[in-house]
Design a protein around this ligand. Sequence first.
Ligand code: IPM
Ligand code: MN
Length: 362
Amino acid sequence: MSNTYQIAVIPGDGTGAEVVDEGRKVLQAAAVEYGFDLKMTDFDFGGDRYLRTGEVLPESAVDELRGFDSIYLGAIGHPEVKPGILEKGILLRLRFELDQYINLRPVRLYPGVETPLKDKTPEQIDYVVIRENSGGIYTGTGGVSMKGTAHEVAIQGMVYNRFQVERCLRYAFEYARKYGKKACGKGQANTLGLVGKTNVLTYVFDLWERVFHDIGEKDYPDVNREYYHVDATCMWMVKSPEWFDVLVTANMFGDIITDLGAETQGGMGIAAGGNINPEGVSMFEPIGGSAPKYTGKNIINPLAAICAGAMMLQTLGEVEAAGAVEEAVKKVTGTKIKSLAVGKMGYTTSEVGDLVVGYIGK
Ligand code: IPM
Ligand code: MN
């Protein structure tokens, strides 16, 4: 009997639905080719539903989603809804309540894709950022007082406990052990790079650094350990991305450096990520936004959503199918589409999906 996976699909706002439709098409083709079933159930969470009902997420939503094997998300963000409401009420709430404490973001330049980094090749831009996804400034304590006066005070704290730091680092060490490719100049072992700011944030990143070396020495002696300041990391991501293999960092830094990383791999049309709870339900999404002005025009690039789908298959354990989708995407970028930019692909959104389908398992 073949495996059947229950997938919750949240197309969301703007072009989310269009890119998710291409993703489903590709995933279903991979399912047929590799002999498993994907049962997809749609949820209409997003800006339109909020404007219609006044409710961001129904009370039952999180518990209902816990019953699925995975979640596939398009995009969240609506021009008529004040920034923050949908992002916090849907995206962040799901990440936190489903305890998706890892945000896995590969930075991978595919063949044929133009990068703004002069003369850098796909071999040189190929690493992953593991972003802590459950704490830090995103969930830290804070508040305002004397709002609107000249003395207004605003506080938003970077808060981490050892438990959050340790589970994220353990995931990163395991990841580096399993998928690491580079010794980064240090012996034969794989290398995990911790990205922080120990020269200024001397409490929080001291905790990260101590846990990093404690558990690294004890439980992952086969993985090299490197430490980089976040500002220097940004420099090297541009200048020498080939130095990196597996990076791990806190929530806010991870948010920022992965946008930089995405740009170096060709932009939001290709960058995908997974919000992962290794013991629970994970959620996969293109990193880019809802691009509302392109909605319904069939010109948005669906490859990021398709790559997010491949990551979902990987996490579900359908490793061969995941690899086949990624290979198919590489064939499309390498031999077919002219540019990743909206309207410049030389194909419509749905044609790009068809091209990928055509290469699955071929
Ligand atoms: C991301 C996004 C989100 C984040 C926003 C939309 C809340 O920028 O997934 O990187 O900051 O995490
Ligand atoms: Mn971001």
